[in-house]
Design a protein around this ligand. Structure first.
Ligand code: ATP
Ligand code: MG
Length: 233
């Protein structure tokens, strides 16, 4: 369960990006966060994992209050949060497998990772995930040789190999064509359902997945509603 209470962010520039947001996301729920450009969608995501420091309010994930953690505790909490980015954020010159395994860096010790020695269990899991997203035959390809949709699949595997409790997804399909966007959204939803993962996805309204809760940041009331009507393939 993710619980956000009174989340407020004023940037140093004076911009009030978030003003007292309250939001509860139960386990296994995929919540689509919508709203116009500048509504604060990315700020919410970044406040949850503290890439951005909230000005006020609390974020609690499974009884751990993230907003008060520091140092090692914060690093431990961040391991439980997988992130998927619009621009994929892959290391271009590394292989697909190496990019996926980089999701384990929070767990593997510094020397092991520096020597690129990952436990066999991690390598096996990376293959399983790549097979799940249809990329197992591309494990040795360099990231810069992939299409946008393939890159995002690698980004999804890298987030999932962290074995997160929560998936934070910021505009995962904004750089993709409409058909690939729908495939990627469906894949993320299926994987969340399979793993009973809690997810927050920033997405344009038109792309928001059917069957998930939708929270509109532009509305004064933050009550989430469930979208059931539209189903596209
Ligand atoms: N680092 C920053 N410094 C100052 N102001 C910022 C910063 N990041 C965002 N803002 C401001 O905070 C507000 C919310 O920005 P945010 O990026 O969260 O919006 P968004 O809903 O994700 O928009 P988009 O759909 O365009 O990605 C905007 O007014 C923006 O200008
Ligand atoms: Mg944004």
């Amino acid at each position: 369960m993710l619980r956000i209470k009174g989340l407020t962010k004023r940037y140093r520039t004076g911009d009030l990006a978030l003003k007292g947001i309250d939001l509860d996301v139960p386990d296994g729920e995929v919540m689509a966060l919508i709203g116009p450009s500048g509504a604060g969608k990315s700020t919410v995501i970044r406040c949850i994992n503290r890439l951005v420091e909230p000005t006020a309010g609390t974020v609690t994930l499974n009884d751990t209050e993230i907003t008060t953690l520091g140092g090692a505790e914060l690093r431990r909490a961040r391991r439980r949060m997988g992130m998927i980015f619009q621009e994929y954020a892959l290391v271009e010159r590394l292989t697909v497998m190496e990019n996926v395994l980089s999701g384990r860096l929070g767990y593997v010790g510094f020397w092991q990772s520096w020597l690129r020695k990952f436990p066999q269990g991690d390598v096996d899991e990376a293959f399983r995930l790549l097979a799940r997203v249809g990329l197992d035959h591309m494990a040795d390809k360099r990231a810069d040789e992939l299409s946008g949709g393939q890159r995002q699949r690698v980004g999804i595997c890298r987030a999932l190999i962290q074995n997160p409790d929560l998936l934070l997804v910021d505009e995962p399909t904004a750089s993709l064509d409409p058909k690939t966007s729908r495939q990627i959204m469906r894949l993320i939803k299926e994987l969340c359902a399979e793993r009973k993962l809690l997810a927050i996805i920033n997405i344009h309204d038109v792309c928001s997945p059917s069957g998930s809760s939708v929270c509109n940041l532009a509305r004064s009331s933050m009550t989430a509603r469930r979208r059931t009507s539209r189903r596209r393939s």
